[in-house]
Design a protein around this ligand. Structure first.
Ligand code: FMN
Length: 358
């Protein structure tokens, strides 16, 4: 049997395979209220029909100012949770698991979506004042204000309350977004954290915000629900956030109840040179896996079953996350099984498509 189609158990959750949909922003909450609707049901539901083991919903704001754009989903209100429940029910009916990425964009919030422009939305046009670990802007964006120390416990609470709502909304697992230059990464990276308080300076201090969230979310959701963290393992800048710091903070996070590390890269500094190519972030994930002994997911230009299987066979990666190939082909899961010679069950409605010559 292939590794890709070997189930994985994390805490109380068993996922039928290791080919998971990576979180992808869709900017499609048209009422700008963070409530998902038909688009998300069809978009995420299609990938569950298409054989993904777990479908992860995109970066979803833990509060209104945490959204990247006004069109991003949220998970801070009961109305949002109820809308997610309908999506989750459908995905579960297809035999797949669900997760949501709990996110706060910090100084990269309040931007236009692709269709409507680029950069920050001015305050008088529906944008909002962003905040961060610094008052320095991300290139091309409006400047944030530096958070006061007294505001941080409230933000930790926003993650905790969102985590609880996510569980009530039927998500099987949660992922904390600490990558791609968003708020938690802004605290982690020495390039964007200029704080003098207990949340700035040493690695322990820069990691504190994330680690408080991990600890308090774990205690709020109980022992059964898997908790993942997405890191950017490197800023690709000398003196920035790097693999060694990632590995250390991941080890601390693991001690506090994080189960799986989903390893990406970049996002804190614009225009850095990223060595993009097939599987370009796999070695970063392997390093975290070896260093923590925890489960890790690899992501980034993994586009076919044989490549995914080879990465798992190497032994240090436990899960494959796929983004854009799942946009190109929602049925990548069914196709991957076929390519690996696996007899998996298809949606019963689609059975007649399975054997073209039958
Ligand atoms: C349209 C789009 C939206 C994305 N949104 C998110 C997101 O919400 N959260 C996140 O962590 N990564 C996001 N990403 C990054 C993907 O999850 C993934 O890490 C990246 O695309 C590399 O994997 P791939 O080569 O398989 O696409 C997004 C990528 C795309 C293409």
């Amino acid at each position: 049997m292939s590794k890709l189609f070997t189930p994985i158990q994390i805490r109380d959750l068993t996922v039928k395979n290791r080919l998971w949909v990576s979180p992808m922003c869709m900017y499609s909450c048209e009422n700008q209220d963070g409530v998902v609707g038909d688009f998300h049901l069809v978009h995420l539901g299609a990938r569950a029909l298409g054989g993904a083991g777990l479908v992860m919903a995109e970066a979803s704001g833990v509060n209104a100012e945490g959204r990247i754009t006004p069109w991003c989903p949220g998970i801070w209100s009961d109305e949002q949770a109820k809308a997610w429940l309908a999506v989750n029910n459908f995905i579960h009916e297809q035999g797949a698991a669900t997760a949501i990425q709990l996110a706060h964009a910090g100084r990269k919030a309040s931007t236009y979506r692709m269709q409507s422009g680029s950069g920050s939305i001015p305050l008088d046009q529906g944008g909002w004042q962003t905040y961060s670990a610094t008052n320095e802007a991300f290139t091309g964006y409006a400047a944030p204000r530096m958070l006061d120390t007294s505001e941080i416990p409230g933000l930790v609470q926003d993650f905790v309350l969102s985590a609880k709502k996510a569980v009530d909304a039927g998500f099987d697992a949660l992922e904390i977004h600490a990558a791609h230059g968003y708020l938690l990464h802004q605290f982690l990276s020495p390039l964007s954290n200029q704080r003098q308080d207990q949340y700035g300076g040493s690695l322990e201090n820069r990691g504190r915000f994330l680690l408080e969230i991990v600890e308090q979310v774990r205690s709020a959701i109980g022992a059964g629900i898997p908790l993942m963290v997405r890191f950017s393992a490197t800023d690709y800048v000398e003196g920035g956030w790097d693999q060694q710091q990632t590995n250390q903070v991941a080890r601390w996070a693991s001690e506090l109840g994080a189960d799986l590390f989903d390893i990406s890269s970049g996002g804190i500094v614009a225009g850095v040179k990223i060595p993009i190519g097939p599987g370009y972030q796999v070695n970063l994930a392997e390093s975290v896996g070896v260093s923590t002994g925890s489960d890790v997911a690899a992501v980034g230009q993994i586009t076919n079953a044989l490549q995914a299987e080879e990465i798992l066979q190497r032994g240090d990666v436990d899960v494959i996350m796929v983004g854009r190939e799942f946009l190109r082909d929602p049925f990548m899961g069914l196709r991957a099984a076929h390519e690996l010679g696996e007899e998996i069950s298809w949606p019963v409605q689609y059975e007649r498509g399975r054997w073209p010559n039958a």
